[in-house]
Design a protein around this ligand. Structure first.
Ligand code: FAD
Length: 444
């Protein structure tokens, strides 16, 4: 929808039709009000450090809502309890998330030589920072972003910035010191203290939830967006492409797939078996989102932060919980709290088979001792995504190159969305801007 909107806005001379299979546009993005709680079905927001998303918001006339300052603190469930995730080197030294042996091993990163062009996240982290850092710090981060398995994901595709720091500076610690020094020289002490290897930025959404963005895009597209109309087949003809949907047949010069890779694979299989095979190689584990609303009085923990992540080695059955009503205070009324737990992912394939009631029971049982929950929730809602988040596993870059080479034979056929070059909303939007420009230029 972003791409279609941008093409219309920049006055590109095209007649656009957006076909959406579901009756509600937005895909994974969806915000639902349930008895005074605002539940997010998928993403809870985007980081405000990518200017294109904010530019899009401004163009659409929607005001971003930043997460509360009091939600900056993040927690990690390790050694059987919630620990504050240290946000500076001195705090890290004082914390007991890692043993002294683990901390010394991390410091040894300074002397580790550069590695191969690509390797798994686990290989990269074990090599540079040690096994303990992988298990306690990076494994939960991979769960938090991708619901992924560090032993299969490609570091260059999933965390390109971190790999780039190694290649440029020879060491992540050296990189942080140098970038901090440079920034201090340019912008002063405060800015320098904010430098870290993490993506940075503040989580941002909207007063009425993240769906505000897709609703506004849908409104702008108006009748050009056709919901409840699934594409069922495509073929190439001398003029361009023929698209057969559940309701009609279309002829088009340009055809853009902004759908999950496994669905695109199915649709292109008669056109190009190689592209179809490569697209099908991008795995999508299931993830469920369990929203629980409680009376504040029935939660002993103060929920004074963003939420917590759980390393796989803790052997709990949840990936982590976001304290949504602490992040955006209007997600529940003052005497209530909203907890949003992610469950499933690449490291828990067995949970994919469970029913919503079973998922809810698991989450309640896990959260009860961690947060001190009493009694039943006021509200419970489960959103199941059987194939939720694309995994950039080892070989992802080679797959993208192979697809891009094959697509040269099909002028006007493009793939976009979160399966390829960034899985978050910001990435989808940046890629939509890039593709809009590319199409605009190609039509000049
Ligand atoms: C649980 C969860 C939490 C997440 N949290 C965050 C977060 O906090 N921040 C963040 O930035 N990102 C997050 N993400 C990722 C974010 O949701 C994605 O970046 C984004 O929604 C992907 O958009 P997309 O358009 O590529 O794909 P989708 O949202 O999957 O949209 C694809 C669309 O294509 C439609 N479609 C499929 N097949 C057809 C067909 N044959 N014909 C017509 N239409 C079809 C679908 O109905 C759907 O509307 C999260 C994802 C999940 C699952």
């Amino acid at each position: 929808m972003t791409l279609a909107y941008l093409l219309l806005e920049q006055g590109t001379d095209v007649d656009i039709t957006v076909l959406e299979a579901e009756s509600r546009p937005g895909g994974k993005i969806g915000s639902e009000r349930i008895g005074g709680y605002l539940c997010e079905q998928g993403p809870g927001g985007f980081l405000d450090n990518k200017p294109k998303t904010l530019e899009l918001c401004q163009s659409l006339g929607v005001s971003p809502l930043r997460s509360s300052d009091s939600a900056k603190q993040r927690f990690l469930f390790s050694n059987g309890k919630l620990n504050i995730l240290p946000d500076s080197p001195p705090a890290f030294l004082k914390s007991d998330i890692l043993s002294w042996g683990g901390k010394f091993r991390m410091a040894g990163e300074l002397f580790v030589p550069r590695g191969p062009a690509d390797e798994t996240v686990a290989q990269f982290v074990t090599r540079r920072l040690g096994r303990e850092a992988l298990e306690q710090l990076i494994d939960p981060m991979v769960s938090g972003v991708y619901a992924g398995d560090p032993h299969t994901m490609s570091v260059s595709s999933a965390f390109p910035r971190i790999k780039q720091l190694e290649q440029e500076y020879g060491s992540l610690i050296k990189a942080l010191i140098k970038i901090r020094r440079e920034r201090k020289r340019r912008e002063g002490v405060k800015a320098a203290s904010e430098v870290s290897a993490s993506p940075g930025g503040t989580l941002t959404s909207f007063d009425k939830g993240v769906q505000t963005l897709t609703d506004r895009l849908a409104a702008k597209l108006s009748t050009k967006l056709r919901t409840g109309e699934a594409v069922q087949g495509i073929s190439k003809n001398p003029q361009g492409y023929q698209i057969v949907s559940s309701k009609s047949t279309y002829e088009a010069d340009i055809l853009i797939f902004a759908i999950p890779a496994y669905i695109a694979s199915d649709l292109v299989k008669d056109l190009d078996q190689d592209v179809a095979r490569i697209l099908a190689e991008i795995p999508y584990p299931h993830v469920s989102v369990v929203c629980l609303g409680y009376q504040k009085a029935n939660v002993q923990h103060p929920l004074n932060g963003f939420g917590f992540l759980v390393p796989h080695k803790e052997r709990r059955r949840i990936l982590g919980t976001l304290w949504d009503s602490s992040i955006f205070t209007n997600r529940a009324s003052e005497d209530k709290v909203l907890l949003r737990t992610m469950i499933g992912g690449a490291q828990f394939p067995e949970l994919a088979e469970l029913q919503t009631g079973q998922l809810q029971d698991i989450v309640m049982a896990e959260l009860k001792p961690i947060l001190g929950l009493r009694g039943d929730p006021d509200m419970a809602q489960v959103y199941q995504w059987p194939r939720a988040i694309p995994q950039y596993v080892l070989g992802h870059q080679a797959r993208l190159e192979a697809i891009s080479n094959r697509l040269k034979a099909y002028p006007g056929l493009y793939l976009t969305g979160n399966a390829y070059r960034g899985i978050g909303m910001n990435d989808c939007i940046v890629n939509a801007y890039r593709l809009a420009e590319q199409i605009h230029v190609s039509l000049q």
